[in-house]
Write a protein that binds this ligand. Sequence first.
Ligand code: GLA
Length: 384
Amino acid sequence: MSNETRQAFTKAYGEKESIQTYFCPGRINLIGEHIDYNGGVVFPAALTLGITACISKREDDVVRFSSTTIPGMVEIRLRDTLSNKSSQNWANYPIGVLAFLQKEGYALSGADVMFSSTLPDGAGLSSSAAIEVLTAFMFLVENGHPEPNRVWLSTFAQKVENEFIGVNCGIMDQFSVANGKKGQGILLNCNNLDFRYVPIELGNYRLVILNTHKRRELADSKYNERRAECDEALAILNQSGTYPDLCSATTESVQSLISDPVIRARAIHVVTENQRVLEACRVLEEGNLVRFGQLLNESHFSLRDLYAVTGKELDVITEAARSHASCLGARMTGAGFGGCAIAIVEKNAIQEFIRIVTEMYESACGLVPSVYVSEIGEGLRKMS
Ligand code: GLA
């Protein structure tokens, strides 16, 4: 991918003396969904799929962004990044990063940049977090600033997404793409950003990503609605207790104190999902993949029945996956309402699994899924 990106770079901008290459992966979340903004623990991992960028610094303050998949070049002056948004939506992620780096006081020069991506577009594998983290890292390094601390980098990129892009996401995506390690999941406490790596050792099983190709249209509005419902649940609980966040409540307190059935259901998902994350890491470390798979299923059912963020396509594809004897468990991953699911599947049966799941999903939903056997990869890095 880096050779192709480099060729595309020289085609767009001509030969340059110094062209540097950087990579940032996407992520999946193994378990712990809609937990990061509720102060609990999540368990994501970085992928080997991701975004590559070739960059060459300029002497002036012009920045040019291109992508191998989207036609057209976006050009902006550094001093205009705070006030101007591009009509090319994708370019607003790197533009927002440059605006906010300057706001933080970092001196930057212009640059020519070519992006290319192996992440399926709009599939909920965190391509926006990847482009934010990647842009911040490479502009800081190329401008001679010290290599940024990755926890800082994650919170910085989240701030860009919240305040410049206007999406009220939690910290999970930016954190996992910045801090991923090959073969390891990240058990992250979203309250204090303490984390530890947990090896993903699946023996004869593999992690499979099922892309529903269902566009996540409702994702942003429903995401904000769920956040508001969680705030409401916490406010009700705190009329009689002192819970710093929803994840520190118990199912008993939720059952006894919250009478609204919708708000109660949302809160029960959050409290039980947080417990599932801890159990999932424990059983994975013990090598109990069968229980790990069951927890993935339970997570999906809770997201479907209590949190209401799955939708027909994710339900059908995970149901099809579970119906195959080689599958230990399956669940949606990310915000929901479309995008991707994950499944743990016995490696020798993967081809047949793909055939059956594709058939079942296509006949029920009229869409052809994409299936990727996924590797857990290294986080953000400089390639050359
Ligand atoms: C999106 C958000 C994350 C997280 C997940 C749900 O991916 O960007 O912060 O809230 O949804 O777990």
